[in-house]
Design a binder for this molecule. Structure first.
Ligand SMILES: C[S@@+](CC[C@H](N)C(=O)[O-])C[C@H]1O[C@@H](n2cnc3c(N)ncnc32)[C@H](O)[C@@H]1O
Length: 306
């Protein structure tokens, strides 16, 4: 039976909830996917719109997320990386879906649970795995990757201009003793950062490592292409991004159907892109940004399958 308890706001406050729901333009009776269930804030609202005959599949690779799954016959929790979205939908007997939501990145739960090792606010072993069964942890990346690989990660995923110096310092520090905890990592790198930007830049260092540990860019690429394929004509894709690298990839796929943003022309010069972007990227209202500081870097994009 339907049992939709209130969202656990201590787990995660959903970002741009009403804008995301409006973007999905939910059709009662349709099949929908929330690829990033987290605390279930978006899923619960989606369930309010799918009607008695609709169905929602909620994906999350984090075992902790399942605790918040609604007991509702219209809902199925899929504990998986969203890169396997198409396989799972086919497993459940769907060749196409009516709408897909992805609210990327980590949840507040990840950042607040010290033992998950995502945050420099609390000292804990360097972990950063969203999927607790995955092999690679931040400890291995920090202590075993080459200086060049670390520089690339800091520059590309953290957009840190001082990527080279950060990588050099880390490699030097770990020859004395391994860097085991979030606190040791912050302590090692903080002296290189401008005092006025220290927290922001440390957050970028942690973001960069997290993206590497979880293979986020590759998973996003695979998911976006699968989502594009799986939408029925008229179906909507809504994606919330939190940094420019992922936003660029989403924008490219929505405009051109591929991650590089290259429009392929047919013999008539037409660009047969599978998706049509709806409007421009939206950002949270000033009020939401004040009430929920974690929403500040959010961008929401919507596209419709042609
Ligand atoms: C920003 S939170 C989503 C919050 C959710 N919209 C809510 O309202 O509570 C992102 C969630 O997606 C999950 N996630 C991130 N990347 C994933 C992936 N590649 N596959 C499956 N789940 C993923 C994370 O574990 C996290 O719980």
């Amino acid at each position: 039976m339907k049992n939709c308890p209130q969202t656990s706001y201590s787990y995660h406050v959903p970002v741009m909830l009403q804008e995301a729901i409006a973007g999905l333009n939910i059709r009662p009776g349709g099949v929908y996917a929330d690829l990033t269930f987290g605390g279930g804030g978006h899923s619960r609202e989606m369930l309010q719109h799918v009607g008695d005959k609709g169905h929602l599949y909620g994906f999350d690779q984090d075992l902790d997320a399942i605790a918040g799954a609604p007991e509702d016959e219209r809902f199925t929790f899929v504990r998986s990386n969203f890169r396997y979205f198409k396989n799972w939908m086919q497993y459940y007997g769907h060749d196409e879906v009516d709408g897909i939501l992805a609210d990327l990145g980590v949840s507040s739960h990840h950042l607040d649970a010290a033992e998950r090792g995502f945050s420099f606010r609390m000292d804990a072993p360097l972990d950063m795995r969203m999927n607790q069964r995955a092999r690679l942890t931040a400890r291995e990346v920090v202590n075993e990757y080459s200086e060049e690989a670390l520089e690339r990660i800091f520059r590309l995923y953290g957009e840190l201009r001082q990527g080279k110096r950060l990588a050099q310092t880390l490699v030097k520090a770990r020859t004395v003793r391994p860097v085991e905890t979030t606190g040791q990592l912050a302590e090692t790198l903080a002296p290189l950062l401008d005092r006025s930007r220290e927290r922001k830049d440390l957050a970028r260092v942690f973001q960069a490592l997290r993206i590497e540990v979880n293979g986020e860019m590759k998973a996003l690429q695979q998911m976006l292409l699968a989502a594009t394929e799986m939408l029925r004509p008229g179906g909507r894709l809504v994606v919330l991004t939190y940094h420019s690298l992922e936003d660029r990839m989403v924008k490219n796929v929505m405009r051109s159907g591929n991650v590089d943003g290259q429009c392929e022309r047919d013999i008539y010069g037409h660009t047969p892109a599978p998706l049509a972007p709806i409007g421009k990227a939206m950002v949270p209202t000033a009020q939401e940004q004040t009430e929920n500081p974690r929403s500040r870097s959010a961008k929401l994009r919507v596209a419709e399958k042609r």
